[in-house]
Ligand binder design. Structure first.
Ligand code: HEC
Ligand code: HEC
Ligand code: HEC
Ligand code: HEC
Ligand code: HEC
Length: 229
């Protein structure tokens, strides 16, 4: 979605008008913006450059931790995708005999030219929404709750609609989505050992869903200004 109203408070009536009218497209300042209901974005899976990146192999089979590449998730509002140097560390010419040059040539080429690999963004929130990754990850919300079973995805796609109602559903009842802090990036464990249990039966080293919720520093916010500047 485009940044329609950065100073959204000022233009709220317009925004509601447009959304209410169910307008599919509108010309604003000569530029066309395209409005799509969020649920249409579930499943969004753009074609990635080169041979792409396979989470099922790296995070699943090889068991690499998410933080090895997404170094910012617990320290910054915005997450990040890794620079080509991270890939090159393993896929340089002289490091491994597999995969073939045909498969990882795009990494070596980008590295040699000192150019980033132009990964296409999948999860995108409008500019008028503030979403701090670090607060969620540090509170014990697993990547699994918002991004699905990434460790099983050959190609990442969007599994949640990222709509306002989705944020609020969890904010009203975080207990169901909290996991022990040291398990946040262990998506297979989260899915198979924690989320598959009824909330009241979840237990790990004396921690329960209830004690995790009680230990939150603050309740997840529901007032407008928490998420809208
Ligand atoms: C070896 C590096 C590496 C590891 C390990 C890794 N990722 Fe990624 N991740 C990437 C790259 C590169 C992209 C961008 C290409 C793509 O979307 O497939 C990406 C994309 C993503 C995206 C989509 C970002 C967007 O554009 O919206 C999510 C979500 C994600 N990773 C989550 C995870 C999770 C969760 C884990 C741990 C289970 C993980 N990643 C492990 C490298 C990695
Ligand atoms: C810690 C080492 C390591 C890092 C870092 C790493 N890879 Fe890999 N990668 C591997 C291994 C191991 C394989 C599987 C080799 C095999 O079985 O042939 C692999 C396989 C691949 C393949 C071939 C997969 C296929 O379809 O057969 C591609 C493409 C690839 N990696 C891209 C990347 C990219 C892009 C990055 C950076 C975002 C990256 N790798 C980071 C170790 C790594
Ligand atoms: C509470 C929900 C939530 C949790 C938990 C969460 N994410 Fe995200 N993630 C999002 C949303 C929403 C976006 C889109 C953010 C935006 O557009 O500002 C996103 C974006 C991303 C991106 C894209 C960054 C980019 O620059 O393209 C990556 C990578 C990512 N998340 C990885 C992770 C990893 C790894 C974890 C677990 C350690 C995680 N996320 C936990 C909701 C979440
Ligand atoms: C799966 C559960 C879950 C989802 C989904 C979720 N949140 Fe949260 N959010 C939390 C929890 C738990 C906290 C409390 C963190 C803490 O202890 O401060 C929180 C806190 C926040 C905060 C306050 C952070 C701070 O530093 O005070 C903001 C802002 C926020 N969320 C925005 C969003 C937005 C925007 C979305 C949707 C795009 C979203 N959240 C989706 C669980 C969730
Ligand atoms: C927990 C975070 C959160 C809170 C709290 C929140 N919003 Fe939102 N809001 C969002 C997200 C995320 C979107 C973007 C939805 C999308 O892209 O579909 C959004 C979108 C909107 C929109 C754009 C129209 C639409 O539905 O897409 C309006 C208007 C809006 N919010 C008003 C409000 C008002 C008024 C409040 C207080 C009563 C509020 N929001 C509280 C997260 C939040």
């Amino acid at each position: 979605m485009s940044s329609l109203f950065p100073r959204w408070m000022n233009t709220l009536p317009t925004a509601l008008g447009l959304v209410g009218a169910g307008a599919t497209a509108a010309a604003i300042g000569g530029v066309w913006y395209y409005f799509t209901p969020s649920y249409w974005e579930v499943g969004y899976m753009p074609t990635q450059p080169g041979n792409g990146f396979n989470h099922q192999i790296h995070a699943g089979k090889l068991g690499m931790d998410c933080l090895y590449c997404h170094t910012n998730v617990e320290s910054s509002s915005h997450s990040n995708v890794p620079p080509v140097a991270t890939c090159y560390g393993c896929h340089a010419e002289n490091r491994m005999t597999t995969p073939t040059a045909e498969k990882v040539g795009f990494i070596r080429e980008a590295y040699a030219n000192d150019e980033p690999i132009p990964w296409r963004e999948i999860h995108i929130l409008p500019d008028y929404v503030q979403f701090p990754h670090l607060a969620h990850v540090n509170a014990g919300v697993s990547c699994y709750s918002c991004h699905g079973q990434i460790a099983g995805m050959p190609v990442v796609h969007q599994v949640e609609n990222l709509a306002m109602g989705w944020c609020l559903d969890c904010h009203r009842n975080p207990e169901e989505n909290l996991v022990p802090r040291d398990k946040v990036t262990d998506l297979v464990w989260v899915q198979n050992e924690w989320m598959n249990q009824p909330v009241e039966q979840r237990k790990y080293h004396g921690m329960t869903a209830e004690t995790l919720a009680q230990s939150l520093v603050q309740d997840p916010p529901q007032h407008c200004a928490a998420c809208h500047y």
